[in-house]
Design a binder for this molecule. Structure first.
Ligand code: DGJ
Length: 709
């Protein structure tokens, strides 16, 4: 039935294909979260849902403890607020009242519902917004705050969503933690009394935490209730998960209120970023599939959404800053010979950049390294049948640069405190229009005059001393958010002006990966950690939240630069073939046999690429307590083809066979396995493959193909 109201329009039901989300709207604008779970069969079921309200003592809200769907600060509710605001003259805690509901017609697969709250004097309005993606079982939450006719409104906190789950004996939280070269480590813990906050205060999404969560009640990979959410935002964000004294779980998140302020003058509005929420009873695999399908359909930008991600070569680990026309042409020869489809020149091609000490901001081609500009190299690369791509870091400037000499006022800084340089660089105020105009002009010059079809956009430090001399405190607290808006503005500019250019987001690896940046870029550099074994847990963790088509993985040299681990080439390839494949090693140092082997794996990757990049991922060993193997499976949505990656990952106590039951096949169809057996889907899913696990770094890829009658 979609979206409907019950109980004299007090109850709002948002139905998707398989789920339902129910809110009670109380007279004084209190929004109560009543239900979030499986769609119910009858309207009477929704009528019968109990809105739990509990009033145990005078120490709790007189309107009762309940599951909240929106919490305006300023009354006896002590969980994190969804909105905290005051007026210029000091009026706080407005009296919000319900001011109606708008239900829009369905458009492009989504239907919007807006619950309007107004302060009792009609000066300020909040639009609590729910975009219902019915076919995808996703509800997108946000709010827009408008100053209709009041004095300036000082917004101190404005989260994108608040949801609650009813008291139950047991809930778990899953989230992703990490660091540079150690992103996306899955953390699963019981939600205990108190508040758990995960966040970023660094100005970028961060390597340390990711704006994604899942809450479950003992779910496994294949079954069990999971509630999950992804925030589409690339700056300071927070997520609070609280178990209150009565057992309710309250979850709220959005822009971090740390050092945040938004001042709204009359006539101005402030829309928050969007939090995408979903529920499934099909466990963590069901959750990932639901989120990944949604990303493929609604997040990944056109026009590259459907295009296969090309096998790229990247120069970074081969030549570092020492790039030149000559050495890049020599690498391009090698890259083309082994089958690469895109050639990317990384850092070092501009200004007088021979190390990380200088030249960020001076985006002119280095004439010593490229005497005739980039075009001779670009033509050479194109003649070899590859696309050409280039590395940029436009938000940054080195003190040793012409740009900094000319515009020292463009960087974030406080009046008397020294600026912190990290990797010898400072951050440009991307909220400033003149800064963005400079960057857009640079992009026009580069992309408008040369045949460049790929940008790797890097960001190698977080923000600090986020201030602007001459601006008021309130104005300066807006700079964090303005940076993100400025970044999105430039990404949107690239997408509009140069739609053929594919953009890879990078922040020293995985420091800026979220649905906000992925609405404007096409793929991400997952981690600077290119060790094939460490990558297994990074990539598996990443798979909980993000689609493998956007996750870039490179094969680099061995021993690895990070940990000196020596890993066979086959294992390095298999580890990197579980996403978008890239090659990042110094091919001049690879033997003839290694290059032949690389060519073999690249050809094979192109053959299985449609299954990996367009298929559904199954983490077959995610729940194994003893992780001695990493087994991932990819299946085309129509069940016609599947690929199983089997990698040793900590064998101990000698060789032994491992049973691998696969998933996602048509049980009645027959499948031919690349190791020579033909059997039904039921056979492969119940008996499976028997893999003789014998030695360190053993790995196999098994293909299962449906036999057409
Ligand atoms: C960090 C990136 O993650 C690397 O791949 C490389 O592009 C360097 N920056 C270049 O400075």
């Amino acid at each position: 039935m979609g979206i409907f109201q019950l109980k004299n329009e007090q109850r709002l039901v948002l139905e998707t294909k398989e789920t339902a989300y129910v809110i009670d709207i109380h007279k004084h604008g209190h929004l109560q979260h009543v239900y979030w779970g499986e769609k119910l069969p009858e309207t009477a079921d929704y009528e019968a849902l109990q809105s739990i309200v509990f009033s145990p003592s005078s120490f709790e809200a007189t309107r009762g403890v309940m599951g909240y769907d929106y919490i305006p600060w300023g009354e006896m509710v002590y969980t994190e607020p969804t909105l905290k605001a005051s007026s210029a003259s000091g009026e706080r805690g407005f009296k919000w009242e319900y001011a109606g509901l708008d239900i829009a017609a369905e458009d492009s697969g989504k239907q919007q519902v807006v619950i309007k709250l107004q302060d009792s004097l009609g000066r300020y309005q909040v639009d609590v917004t729910y975009d219902v993606f019915r076919q995808d079982d996703i509800i997108a939450r946000s709010q827009t705050i408008t100053n209709i006719k009041g004095e300036a409104l000082y917004i101190e906190a404005a989260r994108s969503m608040q949801v609650s789950l009813p008291p139950a004996s047991w809930y778990n939280l899953s989230h992703l933690a990490g660091k540079w070269v150690g992103e996306f480590q899955l953390i699963q813990e019981e939600i205990r009394e108190g508040r758990k906050t995960i966040d970023s205060r660094r100005g970028n999404t961060s390597h340390h935490a990711n704006p994604w969560f899942a809450i479950d009640q003992g779910a496994g990979e294949d079954s069990g209730d999971v509630w999950f959410g992804h925030l589409a935002y690339s700056g300071n964000w927070d997520l609070h998960v609280e178990k209150d004294a009565h057992g309710f779980i309250h979850v709220c998140g959005g822009i971090n209120d740390f050092d945040f302020m938004k001042v709204l003058q009359p006539g101005e509005s402030f829309p928050t970023p969007v939090f995408y929420l979903g529920y499934t009873s099909k466990g963590f695999t069901g959750m990932s599939h639901q989120a990944h399908r949604f990303q493929r359909k609604h997040i990944m930008p056109e026009p590259h959404r459907e295009a296969e991600r090309k096998v790229l070569y990247n120069s970074w680990e081969a030549t570092y800053f020492d790039v030149s026309e000559e050495n890049q042409k020599a690498l391009a020869d090698e890259a083309a010979t082994i089958g690469c489809e895109r050639f990317v020149v990384d850092d070092g091609w501009f200004g007088k950049r021979n190390s990380d000490q200088s030249s960020l901001g001076d985006w002119e081609v280095n004439q010593d390294k490229f005497p005739n500009g980039l075009d001779p190299l670009i033509s050479y690369v194109k003649e070899k049948g590859m696309d050409f791509g280039i590395w940029l870091e436009p938000e940054m400037v080195n003190k040793d640069s012409r740009l900094f000499q000319e515009h020292p006022e463009w960087v974030y800084h406080f009046a008397t405190k020294d600026q912190t340089t990290a990797r010898n660089q400072l951050v440009l105020q991307f909220g400033r229009e003149d800064v963005r105009t400079y960057v857009k002009n640079m992009l026009d010059k580069l992309l408008g005059s040369s045949d460049i079809s790929f940008i790797k956009w890097d960001m190698n430090r977080s923000l600090s001393e986020v201030g602007r001399i001459g601006a008021g405190v309130g104005e300066q607290k807006q700079l964090w958010h303005e940076h993100v808006e400025g970044l999105y503005d430039v990404f949107d500019y690239i997408k509009n002006a140069y739609p053929h250019v594919l953009v890879e987001t990078c922040s020293g690896g995985g420091g800026r990966i979220d649905l906000g940046v992925l609405q404007r870029t096409d793929q991400f550099w997952t981690s600077d950690n290119t060790d094939a074994r460490d990558r297994l847990s990074i990539q598996r963790g990443c798979s909980y939240a993000y689609h493998q088509k956007t996750m870039m993985c490179w094969v680099t040299d061995s021993p690895n630069w990070l940990n000196q681990r020596t890993v066979p080439l086959k294992y390095r390839f298999h580890s990197a073939m579980m996403g978008g494949l890239g090659i990042g090693g110094n091919l001049h140092e690879w033997t003839k046999e290694e290059k032949e082997e690389a060519a073999h794996w690249i050809t094979f990757y192109k053959h299985i690429r449609p299954v990996i990049q367009e298929g559904l991922a199954y983490r077959l060993t995610a729940t194994h307590p003893k992780k001695e193997t990493e087994i991932m499976q990819y299946v085309r949505e129509d069940g016609s083809r599947s690929v199983v990656f089997l990698l040793e990952n900590g064998l101990s106590f000698g060789p032994h066979p491992v049973q691998v039951k696969v998933k996602g096949l048509d049980e009645n169809a027959r499948y031919y396995s690349s190791d020579g057996t033909t059997a039904t889907g039921a056979f492969w899913m119940n008996h499976g493959l028997i893999w003789p696990l014998n030695e360190e770094y053993q790995c196999e890829i098994i293909e299962l193909s449906k036999v057409e009658d």
